[in-house]
Design a protein around this ligand. Structure first.
Ligand code: FAD
Length: 417
C-alpha cells in the first residue's frame, strides 16, 4: 500500500473563476492564495478559444461579466479579489498544502486513512445527550495491515470526492449514481520552457482548442513555470446511462502514439504540445447523477461527493469552496450547537443544492459546445457569441445572500432568534 505523507501530485492544474476567488476571500484564504496562484490582476483575458484543427482564433473569454462590465462592480461582492474579472490557475497540491496552514493547531490531518463507515448513533431514551456520529477509519499499522479506529463527533462533513464512501453509507435515502461520461483524457504537466520552444510565447496563454468529440485544454500554472495540458476524447454515440468504461480502474495506461492518432487532424501547435506529454495514460471521466439528498441528520456531503460534474466549466472546485463558505458561516452561528446542528446542515443543503445541480448540467453542455456537439455544432461564430456570457451566472454570485437566505429559513423555523 502506498503511504502518503503529504499531498500528492493530484493530476494537474485547476482554473478558478471569480466566484471561487470570492469564496476563498470570504473564507479568509485570499492572501495565501495570491502567493501561489497565477492570478490575473488587470488582464481580463481568461482563456483563448481556437479551432483545434486550423488554429483559427474563435474568441477570447473574459471573466468580467457583461453586467459587471457595465456596472464595473457587482455591489454586493466583497470586492478585494473579485473586481476586474480576476481569475486564477493553480496547482492542486500547492493549494491544499497552503490551505492546511490555516487549520487550528488542534486539527490533525491523517494521510493514507480510509473512511469506511459513517453512522448516526441515537442515544437511548432518557439519556442526557443528543445523538452523535461514529466515523470509522482504517489506517495502516506499522506492519502494513489496516487497523480500524472510530472517531465520535457531533457531525460529519464528507468531502471524499466522486466515489464517496460516506455517500454510500447514506443510501438508500440518498441515491446518487456514478456514471462514465463517454469521455477520457490524457493529462500532462509540461515544462513551460519546452512548451515555448515547441509553439512559441503563445504557450503562456491559457487556451482551449476545439474539435469534433475532442478538445485540448492548456493552462499555465506554478507561476507560469508549468503548462497543464488535458486532451479530451469523447464518444457520445450512446445515451448517457449506457456509456460504459470497460476497465476496473479509472486510469489505464495509454500510449503517445494512440494519443497523437486521436488528434491526428489537429493543427501543428496542438500536436507539438501533445508530443511533450511524457506519460499518456487515459483518465476516464465520470460524473455523479445528482443524489436526492446530501444530508441525513448529522452527516452531510460537500464538493464532488455531493455534485461531481464534468470539468468543462472549470467550476467544480469553486462549487466546493462555495459549499465550504456557506457551511462555515452557518456552523459559526451562535445558535448552532450539538443539538441544532442537523438543522444547520439541512439549511446548507437547501440553499446550495439547486445551484450545484445546475452547474453540473451546464458543464455537460459546455463540453458538448467545445467538442462541436452543442446546439451550434461547429459554427464557431455562434460559439464565440455563446461564450461571451455563458459562464457569467457561475462567476458572479452573491454567497452572502445565500447565507442570509439559509438563516432566514432557520429563523422562520424557530431555530435561530
Ligand atoms: C480532468 C479534470 C479537470 C478539472 N478541472 C477543473 C478546473 O479547472 N477547475 C475546477 O474548479 N474544477 C476542475 N475539476 C473539478 C475538480 O477537480 C473537482 O470538482 C474538485 O476536485 C472537487 O473537490 P473535492 O474536494 O470535493 O473532491 P476531490 O478533489 O476528489 O477530493 C476528495 C478527497 O477525498 C479523499 N478520499 C476519498 N475517499 C476517501 C475515504 N474513503 N477516506 C478518506 N479520504 C477519502 C481523496 O483522497 C481526496 O483527497 C476538474 C476535474 C477533472 C476530472
Amino acid at each position: 500500500m502506498l503511504l502518503l505523507r503529504s499531498f500528492a501530485e493530484l493530476g494537474a492544474g485547476i482554473s478558478l473563476g471569480p466566484n471561487s476567488l470570492e469564496a476563498l476571500e470570504l473564507l479568509g484564504l485570499g492572501d495565501t492564495f495570491k502567493e501561489i496562484a497565477n492570478m490575473s490582476e488587470e488582464n481580463p483575458l481568461w482563456f483563448r478559444v481556437l479551432d483545434g484543427r486550423t488554429g483559427t482564433h474563435v474568441t477570447d473569454v473574459s471573466a468580467v461579466s457583461r453586467s459587471s462590465r457595465q456596472t464595473r462592480i457587482n455591489p454586493y461582492l466583497s470586492n478585494k479579489l473579485h473586481i476586474k474579472g480576476r481569475h486564477a490557475f493553480v496547482h492542486r497540491a500547492r493549494l491544499l498544502e497552503r490551505i492546511t496552514e490555516h487549520l487550528p493547531p488542534n486539527v490533525h490531518i491523517y494521510f493514507s486513512c480510509n473512511v469506511v463507515k459513517v453512522e448516526t448513533i441515537h442515544a437511548p431514551v432518557g439519556y442526557q445527550r443528543t445523538s452523535f456520529v461514529h466515523v470509522t477509519f482504517q489506517r495502516p499499522s506499522a506492519d502494513g495491515t489496516p487497523r480500524s479506529q472510530v472517531f465520535e463527533a457531533s457531525a460529519a462533513i464528507a468531502c471524499d470526492g466522486i466515489r464517496s464512501n460516506v455517500r454510500e453509507c447514506l443510501k438508500p435515502y440518498c441515491g446518487g449514481r456514478v456514471r462514465y461520461t463517454g469521455t477520457y483524457l490524457y493529462r500532462g504537466l509540461l515544462d513551460m520552457h519546452d512548451a515555448i520552444k515547441a509553439i512559441g510565447e503563445r504557450a503562456r496563454i491559457s487556451t482551449q482548442r476545439m474539435g469534433l468529440d475532442r478538445q485540448i485544454s492548456a493552462l499555465p500554472i506554478d507561476g507560469g513555470k508549468t503548462l497543464s495540458v488535458s486532451a479530451y476524447v469523447s464518444d457520445r454515440s450512446l445515451d448517457p446511462d449506457q456509456r460504459i468504461w470497460d476497465a476496473p480502474r479509472w486510469v489505464i495506461p495509454g500510449s503517445t502514439q494512440q494519443m497523437l492518432a486521436a488528434f491526428n487532424d489537429f493543427g501543428e501547435d496542438a500536436k507539438s504540445l501533445l508530443k511533450l506529454v511524457k506519460k499518456a495514460d487515459q483518465w476516464a471521466l465520470h460524473e455523479l447523477v445528482p443524489p436526492k439528498i446530501w444530508t441525513a441528520e448529522r452527516v452531510t456531503l460537500l464538493g464532488d461527493a455531493a455534485h461531481a460534474g464534468q470539468p468543462f466549466n472549470g467550476a467544480g472546485v469553486g462549487q466546493a469552496f462555495e459549499d465550504a463558505y456557506v457551511l462555515t458561516e452557518l456552523m459559526a452561528h451562535p445558535a448552532c450547537n450539538a443539538s441544532t446542528i442537523p438543522r444547520f446542515l439541512q439549511a446548507y443543503e437547501d440553499v446550495r443544492r439547486e445551484r450545484a445541480r445546475l452547474q453540473q448540467a451546464h458543464s455537460r453542455v459546455s463540453g458538448e459546445i467545445y467538442q462541436y456537439r452543442g446546439p451550434m455544432g461547429d459554427d464557431t461564430v455562434a460559439i464565440a457569441a455563446e461564450f461571451q456570457d455563458r459562464f457569467d451566472w457561475i462567476w458572479h454570485v452573491d454567497l452572502r445572500a445565500d447565507v442570509a437566505e439559509a438563516l432566514q429559513k432557520l429563523k422562520s423555523a424557530g431555530v435561530v432568534a
